[in-house]
Design a protein around this ligand. Structure first.
Ligand SMILES: [Zn+2]
Length: 245
């Protein structure tokens, strides 16, 4: 899709991004959605990029910076990792991120967070991290994480902006409105910390069952939809500490 067409479509659903300041006295939590090899590392699997991708590289860089800031301050981080059981498909996508493979592990730039005490890892076998947090006994890892850490501001980054990030944000905002996530007040989606995949219509036409997915447009649509549910879309995030993004 040409740049002009994307720009034209974006003017029909404009997105005002904000400069978000997280006050010093607010308890912030960082959610990393699926920043794993199977979606981010060139050639790592059926849904991985086939060549280096600027939007995905920037997302990893920005997310790693945030993870570092949160870990330095020992603030809570929750990482969702897409991890599917072999043979259990996720329509309409081909098999991906099978449990136990490196596809379902964090990208090299984030692998170090696994051993940090402030980091919770949650493997999920569905798009939506909120649903994927439901445990056998009915409890919810994400809800417990918000409550135990008394999180007031949730910062969300990851991939894909319009799929797993969006689904998680939508469920979280609905649960918040029902009073299940107190003391959570704000859900902030950091736009440069999010990315989606590129599958232009010219390629999709030649394949069965694959939906076209133009990257720039779908990233924008994902952010727009999240905003429509009540999320704040951040162009930049400032913390009332010495470090900023
Ligand atoms: Zn999946």
């Amino acid at each position: 899709m040409g740049v002009q067409t994307v720009d034209m479509l974006k003017t029909e659903i404009p997105l005002d991004e904000e400069s978000v300041v997280i006050p010093e006295d607010a308890k912030a939590g960082l959610v990393l959605v699926d920043i794993i090899n199977g979606f981010c590392t060139v050639g790592a699997g059926n849904l991985a990029p086939t060549e280096p991708n600027r939007q995905i590289s920037e997302m990893i860089e920005e997310s790693a910076k945030l993870a570092e800031l949160f870990c330095d301050n020992e603030w809570p981080v929750l990482a969702f990792l897409d991890s599917h059981h072999p043979g259990k498909l996720e329509h309409p996508y081909p098999p991906h991120c099978i449990t136990g493979t490196d596809e379902s592990n964090l990208v090299p730039a984030l692998r170090w967070i696994e051993t940090k005490p402030n980091v919770t890892i949650r493997r999920k076998d569905c798009y939506d991290g909120f649903i994927g947090s439901i445990q056998e006994d009915g409890s919810n890892t994400f809800v417990d994480w918000v409550k135990n850490n008394k999180i007031q501001v949730l910062l969300v980054v990851g991939i894909c902006t319009d799929i797993c990030v969006l689904d998680f944000v939508c469920s979280t905002l609905s649960a918040k409105n029902r009073g299940f996530l107190e003391p959570l007040e704000d859900v902030v989606v950091y736009s440069s910390g999010c990315a989606t995949f590129d599958f232009p219509v010219s390629l999709a036409r030649n394949t069965k069952d694959h939906l076209p997915h133009p990257q720039e447009l779908m990233h924008h649509v994902g952010l727009y939809m999240a905003k429509g549910r009540g999320a704040k879309i951040a162009r930049e995030v400032f913390f009332n500490t010495s470090k900023n993004l």
